[in-house]
Design a protein around this ligand. Structure first.
Ligand code: SF4
Length: 337
């Protein structure tokens, strides 16, 4: 049974944030002036345990979720993530388990054990190809080459094609679009350019800093001709563009200029166990209380999730305006984008 929300969108994907911690300080997500040395991260006791995550995941699978994506913060910071992947792999109806990482902890051995545990796909963030820009963006002086090595480790472990996420901010790293396209052209990796979004309130978002998806496509097409490609499935986040010369494809995520809320079937679970029905939601539903402080049966838990989703009517990107910018919104690092 797949539960639909108030806009007839079935729930299909659950993004699971396993930690709010990260070893990077990307300026569009965890800027240092907010997430500085004094920032208090969630104590371990407040994090969902892997058993609690797996129990919730079973109930989400029972209402239609077939895809789980592990996020953070930086998910590989959380110990024994392989154990959680093993638990999720055993859930009936699970088609896909993926992970989004900054690559800093993706050693050859880690990539292999993640794959063996049941991880199917991996997405690695790389916002520029030159160290000056990349180090400025991650703000911890982490070099490009180490992320490229992580991509090789993922490929060697069979976690390919690897998707490479690039958040594009005008005047900051939009000069990196073509170098990244040229670098990955002809490889199995798929670069996905993401319009800079007003997630949370830490990144000082301005519409003027957004490079529209149409312009990103034009810039690429001028260098390496591309043509639209069919989505892999309904509700796929990125627009797919194929290189005319057969050199692979690129993706563009256009949440700001071409909203895709009408086909959004993603829910997000924070590390603390709150269910967010939209990336730009102000509040979440406290599921940790349900699995930790009540005697709910699995069926009763499933019913609670079904009721939460069935009344969902989020479509923030469609209604985004000057007036919505000041609305309270959860931080990106808290629910993993
Ligand atoms: S703004 Fe919210 S409803 Fe719209 S696509 Fe993003 S997460 Fe989905």
């Amino acid at each position: 049974m797949t539960v639909q929300d108030a806009l007839q969108r079935p729930i299909r994907d659950l993004r699971i944030s396993v930690t709010d911690r990260c070893n990077f300080r990307c300026v569009y997500c965890m800027p240092k002036h907010v997430f500085g040395p004094g920032h208090e991260f969630l104590p371990r006791s407040e994090l969902l345990t892997y058993e609690e995550i797996a129990r919730l995941a079973r109930s989400f699978a029972a209402i239609g979720v077939g895809k789980f994506r592990l996020t953070g913060g930086e998910p590989l910071i959380r110990r024994d993530l392989v154990g959680l992947i093993g638990m999720l792999s055993g859930i009936e109806g699970v088609e896909d388990i993926s992970l989004t990482t900054n690559g800093s902890m993706l050693t050859p051995d880690k990539a292999r054990t993640l794959k063996q545990a049941g991880l199917r796909r991996i997405t690695v963030s790389l916002d520029a190809l030159d160290n000056q820009t990349f180090m400025m963006l991650n703000d911890v002086d982490y070099p490009v080459q180490k992320v490229l090595d992580a991509l090789d480790n993922a490929e060697a472990a069979g976690l390919s094609p690897v998707k490479v996420n690039v958040v594009v901010k005008k005047g900051v790293n939009d000069h990196s679009i073509i170098p990244l396209v040229r670098y990955f052209h002809g490889s199995s990796h798929i670069v996905r350019f993401i319009e800079y979004m007003d997630v949370g309130h830490s990144n000082g978002w301005r519409l003027d800093d957004v490079v529209p998806a149409a312009e990103i496509a034009e810039r690429i097409n001028a260098e390496l001709p591309i043509e639209p490609a069919e989505p892999n499935y309904r509700g796929e986040v990125a627009q797919r563009w194929r290189f005319v010369d057969g050199g692979g494809e690129v993706g563009i995520v256009s949440s700001v200029t071409q909203p895709f809320c009408r086909s959004c079937h993603r829910a997000r679970l924070s590390a603390r166990g709150e269910l967010y029905t939209c990336l730009f939601a102000a509040r979440g539903h406290d599921l940790r209380r349900l699995v930790r402080d009540t005697e709910l049966s699995d069926d009763e838990l499933t019913d609670r999730l079904s009721r939460i989703w069935s009344v969902r009517d989020d479509r923030y990107s469609e209604i985004r305006s000057e007036n919505t910018l000041s609305l309270p919104k959860v931080e990106m690092s808290y629910i993993g984008g």
